[in-house]
Design a protein around this ligand. Sequence first.
Ligand SMILES: C[S@@+](CC[C@H](N)C(=O)[O-])C[C@H]1O[C@@H](n2cnc3c(N)ncnc32)[C@H](O)[C@@H]1O
Ligand SMILES: [Zn+2]
Length: 244
Amino acid sequence: MQLFPVECPRCREKLRRNGETLNCSGCGIIYPRNSGITDFLTSLSLATELMGICDYFDNFAVNYDSMIVTMVEELKCPWWEYSELIERVMVEARKKLIVDLGCGTSFPVGSFIPADSHYLGLDISFEMLKQSHSLFEDNSNASFWRIDVERLPLHDNSADLCLAFFSFNVFINLEEIIRQANRVLKADGEFFGNIALTLPQENSLQPFRRISAQQLKKLLTGLGRRGRELVTERRGDILFFHLK
Ligand SMILES: C[S@@+](CC[C@H](N)C(=O)[O-])C[C@H]1O[C@@H](n2cnc3c(N)ncnc32)[C@H](O)[C@@H]1O
Ligand SMILES: [Zn+2]
């Protein structure tokens, strides 16, 4: 069931569900659905750098969850503390449209989505999305889109909560993605996520780039709506942010 309107990322016309596919009434494009994942990238080409990132995560998708646990511990945050902090915010997120930007395998956040909310997992990597999809036994409150989040096909003011766990360290055009998140967030919407303040050890997650706490603050407050409060919480070398 489609609970929220979706627009064509190419021409911004409304998309209609036709069985398993989403069809554009404007440009006529048909977005297919494979293994429960709607693929918006069939008609949009990815820049070479983004294709490299996509290949990287496609290759590591099966082992990604154990890699992320290792990374969190390397960043001096015990795993239980990391997942507990995410759970604490997510249990409050009832009856919301939750949009996870660069959702990867949705681990661990996928386990904490309230049953009366809808989780929309967005990623460019089909293999990561396949892992994410398998985490949700009953998919009635979850959707998965293969898409570049720089081109979010959601209406303005439609989402209640945007998430971004470690994906700010990987996004190429972070500024544009934060702008898009602010566009789709409702006036009382919230943005919750985290960044790694130091880079993981060599041989682990290569596409990571360094972002400082100052850069993050500047981006979130500079591009966000006025009147929102930015709360940050540091655990080891991981900085959680909550814009609300
Ligand atoms: C470091 S992983 C984070 C995954 C997950 N959020 C987590 O908590 O571990 C970054 C993810 O962002 C995705 N990604 C990178 N650039 C993207 C883009 N422009 N649009 C959508 N997904 C993107 C990658 O494929 C990867 O799955
Ligand atoms: Zn279209």
